[in-house]
Design a protein around this ligand. Structure first.
Ligand code: FMN
Length: 372
């Protein structure tokens, strides 16, 4: 895989997920393996140049994150240019431009998916950023504003002509939000519109099989995974293996899940402090529990803890509660094991798709960003 001057092994990417793709989560997925390039949550360009502490927190990184892109949003060319220069001065590998966000606050100022509606203006803004930095500048977009305005192929071509190093494309329109299924033909049209730069497909990938289907059917150079990684941070490692060998990977067992969950919490506390780190970790902790088998007792307590010690006490009491569901070898009894992971853009009514690949929809987490 190549983006600008960088060559790296994995063609799998972690998508930006505002509120979640913080440094601890990015490190956890990297440590599990299968991903070389990650992106921060979207960062307001103006806040960054004003050195707003929240914006600085969003771009916090460490040497283990060699290939990191900071994603900027904004519509004022000078602010986007200066923010890109600031990112470069901090030694960060790349800058990504948000052209897909449908949230009113972002679109209202001409940023996010509004950038897909004015190609000339967007091209000038992007050009200004590219001229100001040496690091590669990439763009993340949707297919267009709505079905009648599928501007992604034209925009991708214009951006390539202006020096953008890669395009990330979520196969839905702004009007679609997260409804419906990902449009693989729409992603393919973007792949066909550019000449040299890589196009990375995105949307609804929750299994290695779904990633392969996206690569095969769109011709994209790589796949970016967002929500699929919330629920399964092992997805990159498993997908890499599947793409290389055709072999599925065994699902991690309970002990491994708990080990990774603890590591994630340690990093949350290191980065955000104990109180805030624990509170922020309540939701991710519940995601880990989705694959624990019976977890009612864990989920009940997980909305409360405020310290590492409380978390450990919760885990210990959960493990006592869980014991009756285990057999003599300490494994979950068959009746309690979670079902297979499934992917959403495989049609439910398509008899050729194995059941393991089907699913209605991936949940979008509730909260201030649930309109993404
Ligand atoms: C909670 C949430 C936050 C998101 N935040 C961002 C963001 O900051 N920047 C961005 O470009 N896309 C953002 N997205 C969109 C994702 O990067 C991705 O394009 C989308 O979720 C589809 O991929 P998926 O099906 O693999 O999740 C967000 C999506 C969700 C669900």
């Amino acid at each position: 895989m190549r983006i600008g001057p960088y060559t790296f092994d994995s063609n799998l990417f972690l998508s930006p997920l505002a509120g979640y793709t913080n440094l601890p989560f990015r490190l956890v997925v990297r440590e599990i393996g299968g991903v070389d390039w990650t992106t921060t949550d979207l960062v307001n360009a103006r806040s960054l140049i004003e050195r707003n502490p929240r914006a600085l927190q969003l771009i916090r990184t460490c040497p283990a994150e060699k290939l990191l892109a900071v994603q900027l949003f904004g519509a004022v060319p000078e602010e986007m240019r200066d923010a890109a220069a600031l990112v470069e001065s901090l030694g960060i590998a790349s800058v990504d431009i948000n052209m897909g966000c449908p949230v009113k606050k972002v679109v209202g100022i001409g940023g996010g998916s509004a950038m897909m509606t004015e190609l000339g203006k967007t091209a000038r803004l992007v050009r200004g950023m590219i001229d100001a930095v040496k690091i590669p500048v990439t763009a993340k977009m949707r297919l267009g504003w709505d079905e009648q305005n599928l501007t992604a192929p034209d925009l991708a071509r214009v951006l390539e002509d202006n020096g953008v190093a890669a395009i990330f494309v979520h196969g839905r329109t702004r009007a679609q939000g997260f409804s419906g299924t990902v449009n693989l033909a729409g992603i393919r049209a973007v792949v066909q519109a550019v000449r040299r730069i890589p196009v990375i497909g995105n949307g609804d990938v929750t299994t290695p099989e779904a990633a392969k289907k996206m690569l095969d059917e769109t011709g994209c150079a790589g796949v970016s995974i967002g929500r699929g990684a919330f629920y399964n941070p092992w997805i990159f490692a498993h997908t890499r293996r599947f793409l290389a060998t055709g072999q599925p990977s065994p699902e991690p067992g309970y002990a491994e899940r708990v080990q990774v969950m603890r590591r994630h919490l340690d990093l949350m506390i290191e980065v955000f402090g104990e109180d805030y780190g624990c509170r922020l970790f309540r939701r991710p902790a519940a995601w880990y529990a989705k694959r624990f088998g019976p977890a009612k007792e864990f989920k009940r307590g997980v909305t409360q803890f405020r310290t590492r010690a409380e978390f450990e006490a919760l885990l210990a009491s959960y493990e006592r509660w869980r014991a009756p569901f285990l057999d003599e070898s300490g494994e979950l009894r068959a009746a309690y094991r979670p079902g297979p992971l499934v992917a959403s853009f495989m049609r439910d009514d398509d008899p050729d798709e194995p059941a393991v690949l089907r699913r209605e929809a991936i949940p979008v987490p509730k909260g201030p960003v649930d309109v993404w």
